[in-house]
Design a protein around this ligand. Structure first.
Ligand SMILES: Cc1cc2nc3c(=O)[nH]c(=O)nc-3n(C[C@H](O)[C@H](O)[C@H](O)COP(=O)(O)OP(=O)(O)OC[C@H]3O[C@@H](n4cnc5c(N)ncnc54)[C@H](O)[C@@H]3O)c2cc1C
Length: 318
């Protein structure tokens, strides 16, 4: 069976959900093997096995943490030369897209980014213009490299051996020109990570100011959800930019997405329209976001949200 290389996204201890999604996709086309750059593969192995990784190529040299993306591209290029995989899948995150672009140059291969699905023959599907157009494309030169958006597919477990195999690669001096000088761990508190959460509660301009975002946070906490925001809210400084959902923010695809005081501009939809269930709270019955809604409340969020939070908390205690 053809080998498909999957570049692991991890934090040195745990495997990110998107890696399980990539493994699920890779199993459609062959035997997935994971490429793990940096430390922590032992800790991640169990999860990789759960999602069908046959082999885990581990390169845990310090250079993968000390320098930016170039060493990872060299590691992948050397594995591609050695293993001749049928394809390489990476997550369509800022960092991995850059790794993929460098790999494409090194291997003379075509690259597709922001794929939301992969069909037979490694035909990638992309959703563009805020989801208004679906594009199907296929790499015709070299070995296909595809960067797949987080949350594009639901991860499905299927056991694999996840055999750890240490690999060594001679990282060139050219790959060591951009040095990481400091790492700051982002304080996230108790809430789940936005792109990994199964419930997301997002607030928009309707929330009115930064203080009122406490209402959104309280509702999110009652559900164990992540908090998101529209660009209008992040640009106004009411909520940090890293929580922006949309075309120029994060793409989320949770089981439940709640849009509170958000009108549903095409750029916002681009980041949340693949959510499984969408619930809207908006005082304007004509707001375009209602076109996407599975459930909607036409009402003032300052009345609806506190009552909703109270009812959810009561149920949780019952
Ligand atoms: C290149 C580009 C990229 C962009 N990228 C993004 C992106 O990534 N993400 C994004 O979100 N936007 C993005 N935008 C901006 C986007 O076009 C919209 O301006 C933005 O999404 C609007 O945010 P909003 O829905 O919160 O605000 P508005 O459109 O102003 O909507 C506010 C909504 O709140 C409702 N409301 C007001 N008060 C209440 C209340 N008390 N109770 C209930 N409802 C209330 C109103 O009825 C209204 O529907 C981008 C724009 C451009 C040009």
């Amino acid at each position: 069976m053809a080998e498909i290389l999957v570049l692991a996204e991890h934090d040195g201890e745990t495997v990110k959900k998107v890696t399980c999604e990539l493994l699920t996709l890779a199993r459609r086309f062959g035997e997935p093997s994971v490429v793990w750059a940096g430390p922590g593969a032992d800790g991640g192995r169990e999860r990789l096995a759960e999602f069908g990784a046959g082999c885990v190529y581990v390169a845990d040299g310090a250079e993968f943490g000390d320098y930016v993306v170039a060493p990872k591209a060299e590691l992948l290029a050397s594995l591609v030369a050695e293993k001749s995989p049928a394809a390489v899948l990476v997550a369509s995150t800022a960092e991995s897209r850059e790794v993929a672009a460098r790999l494409a140059v090194k291997t003379g291969s075509g690259l597709i980014t922001d794929a939301v699905d992969l069909a037979e023959g490694l035909v990638a599907e992309q959703s563009i213009f805020g989801g208004a157009v679906i594009v199907q494309s296929k790499v015709k030169t070299g070995m296909p490299i595809v960067a797949v958006r987080p949350n594009a597919v639901a991860p499905e477990a299927a056991p694999g051996a996840a055999q750890l195999e240490t690999v060594s690669v001679q990282v060139s001096d050219g790959a060591k020109t951009a040095h990481v000088t400091e790492r700051v761990v982002q304080e996230r508190g108790e809430r789940p990570e936005l792109t990994e959460a199964s419930i997301v509660v997002s607030g928009g301009r309707g929330v009115g100011n930064a203080e009122n975002f406490a209402l959104i946070e309280k509702l999110a906490d009652s559900l164990g959800a992540a908090v998101g925001a529209s660009r209008a809210a992040t640009d106004a400084g009411w909520y940090p930019h890293q929580f922006q959902v949309g075309q120029t923010g994060k793409t989320v695809s949770p089981q439940l997405y709640m849009a509170v005081g958000i009108s549903g501009a095409i750029q916002h939809r681009a980041g949340m329209q693949t959510s499984k269930t969408i619930m809207v709270i908006n005082k304007d019955a004509e707001a375009p976001i209602f076109e996407l809604a599975d459930f909607g409340v036409v009402g003032d969020l300052f009345q609806v949200v506190p009552q909703l939070t109270e009812q959810i908390e009561k149920r949780a205690q019952a």
